[in-house]
Design a protein around this ligand. Structure first.
Ligand code: FNR
Length: 188
């Protein structure tokens, strides 16, 4: 089968290194994964006042997750956690009560930073949130990418061999994770 992977880029920056990383990941992914970006930048700030009458942006956002077999989070670290825009998007996905879009969905997290921690603390924070949302996370391998322009071209071409090997393995493992989760519990 072909698996549909919806991916979130946690940065709204036009120069995002995490967007470059997302392009690199798609380049090295197994052929039977198909990728669709699920944008987060057009969502209003979530409020429970919207429950029962979600705006069209949020309805489309939840429909895009429902159409995905799995989700991939590619995010920067902001102040040792995830950017507010990404947390806001996750909050939308999790509501209204009883309609949590992430329930049982296969998921993976990865991120790039210019600093040496490579988004490790953002990923820990994100993993806690996704755990509560009952997503089925790939726990290994982990991937903390210290970005440097020598590793990637802006179009996502990977220019360092060890990075290419590492990211190719990460995506191959994600594909296996998706298959294992969906074998036990297929998506409707
Ligand atoms: C950062 N940055 C950052 N980096 C990091 O490694 N740990 C951190 O806690 C933070 N905190 C932080 C907060 C805010 C508000 C900004 C704007 C930036 C730096 C960050 O890693 C860098 O800007 C990356 O380029 C962000 O990723 P994108 O947007 O390029 O994908």
């Amino acid at each position: 089968p072909t698996y549909q992977v919806g991916y979130f880029v946690g940065s709204l920056s036009s120069k995002s290194i995490n967007r470059i990383l997302s392009k690199a990941l798609i380049r090295v992914a197994p052929d039977d994964l198909e990728f669709t970006e699920i944008p987060i930048g057009n969502l209003p700030l979530y409020s429970p006042d919207y429950d029962g009458h979600f705006p069209p942006e949020a309805v489309a956002f939840k429909a895009a997750i429902a159409a995905s077999d799995a989700v991939l989070f590619v995010t920067p670290e902001y102040n040792r956690s995830i950017p507010g825009a990404l947390k806001n998007a996750i909050d939308w996905a999790s509501r209204p009560g009883g309609e949590n879009s992430f329930d049982h969905i296969p998921a993976a997290v990865i991120g790039a930073s210019k600093g040496p921690i490579g988004t490790a603390l953002a990923q820990q924070s994100l993993r806690a949130v996704l755990g509560y949302c009952n997503a089925r996370q790939m726990t290994a391998p982990e991937a903390y990418i210290q970005y440097s322009p020598e590793l990637f071209a802006p179009d996502g071409t990977i220019t360092a061999e060890r990075t290419e090997v590492f990211l190719t393995n990460f995506m191959a493992e994600f594909r296996e994770h998706i298959e294992r989760v969906l074998t036990v519990l297929p998506r409707q």
